[in-house]
Write a protein that binds this ligand. Structure first.
Ligand SMILES: *Cc1c(COP(=O)(O)O)cnc(C)c1O
Length: 360
């Protein structure tokens, strides 16, 4: 891939102290960008200074939300090199999202190459502090500047990177989750399977309502019957039955197919758990929590890796899971996954992709 490297004109900003990372509020000095036009295809690939884009107020994405993104991380290994975790899964999903949103696909190998070049140049931004990572956000937006409702003929693809602190600052503490049977995130035939901004916009109202009730995330049910468990916030969800059987909702078309979900399924089997993908009825699930048949619940996604759920709120009821404590299965999966991601343990699955840090 021919990427033009534009020299930085201004003084570079330095990596802030780990305590100040927050979640994606500071960005590295450079970003990757390329443009697409129906006639020319992808062109003008560059790595340039991170900074604002000049966009017409009529830019298509600002009106009709034709937009996709990805979320992945770079992990600092003990030997100083840098790991990506199953990056081709993200490259593939980016293109699946692009197809669903009537956008052009990008070459998957070249997309990964662009990300690696960017990280090599900005390798200082991959934190060395324990459990901190570099978040990577590939994005594509429609850039026609006209208000007609149709797939754009022009697109901007960019990658920005930002250091993030540990997700769990006070230990591996469970999150309270509110189950809504009023609002839905996605419907069959809709765009729930695509990583597109509109899914998030549609979820904010219920998220704020959950927060007002003292919950930090929303558990979404299916859009047709408001009965089948789908996912939680920006994470997939898993239930542990009797400490040995892990069940996650089957991918029905309205659930985002998470890379962490897929890894939990594969790693869970490797560790000797029985793992199944099934339709999960919310009422049966809550009865199983109350009876103690379900021993643990946890979310899984790139940001948290594994996030234990301590309680569910449903209508006016509170249902506590495992005494509001993180359980052994969540702990075991979290430990194994993060050890592989950070290169602290052997990777029998070939999931990690190592970038050599400069001068090494
Ligand atoms: C990104 C995302 C996930 C988790 O996917 P990972 O690949 O594991 O990070 C789950 N649900 C939604 C809605 C998402 O956008």
């Amino acid at each position: 891939m021919d990427i033009q490297l534009i020299p930085l004109a201004d003084a570079q900003t330095h990596v802030p102290p780990t305590e100040d990372f927050g979640f994606c509020v500071h960005f590295a000095n450079r970003m990757f960008t390329q443009r697409y036009n129906h006639g020319r295809g992808w062109h003008d690939a560059r790595i340039e200074a991170y900074g604002p884009f000049a966009l017409s107020p009529a830019t298509a994405v600002l009106h009709y939300a034709q937009l996709i993104f990805e979320g992945m991380k770079a992990y600092r290994r003990p030997d100083g090199d840098i790991n990506l975790f199953r990056p081709m899964e993200n490259m593939r999903r980016f293109n699946n999202s692009a197809r669903r949103m009537a956008m052009p696909t990008v070459d998957e190998e070249e997309h990964l190459e662009a990300i690696c070049r960017l990280i090599e140049l900005e390798h200082d931004w991959v934190p060395r502090a324990d459990a901190a990572t570099l978040y990577i956000r590939p994005t594509m937006v429609a850039t026609d500047d006209a208000l007609g409702v149709r797939a754009s003929a022009n697109y901007l693809h960019f990658v920005i990177i930002s250091p993030v602190g540990p997700y769990f600052k006070e230990g591996f503490s469970p999150v309270p989750v509110y189950i809504t049977d009023e609002y839905v995130r996605a419907v069959h035939g809709g765009v729930g399977e695509a990583k597109t901004g509109g899914n998030y916009a549609a979820s904010l109202y219920a998220g704020e309502e959950a927060r007002r009730r003292g919950y930090s995330q929303v558990l979404w049910l299916d859009g047709r019957e408001h009965r089948w468990v789908e996912e939680v916030g920006a994470m997939n969800i898993c239930f542990v039955y009797d400490n040995h059987r892990i069940v996650t909702p089957s991918l029905t078309g309205s659930i985002l197919p998470g890379v962490t979900r897929k890894s939990v399924i594969e790693l869970g089997r490797h560790l000797g758990y029985e793992v199944a993908e099934e339709m999960i009825d919310v009422h049966e699930m809550l009865a199983d929590v109350k009876s103690g048949h379900i021993t643990e619940v946890f979310g899984c996604g790139t940001a948290a890796v594994i996030a234990p759920v301590g309680k569910f709120g449903f209508h006016d009821e509170t249902i506590v899971i495992n005494d509001n404590q993180a359980g052994p299965v969540a702990r075991e999966l979290f430990q194994h996954l993060t050890d592989i991601q950070f290169g602290r343990a052997p990777d029998p699955f070939g999931w990690t992709y190592t970038i050599r840090a400069n001068g090494h």
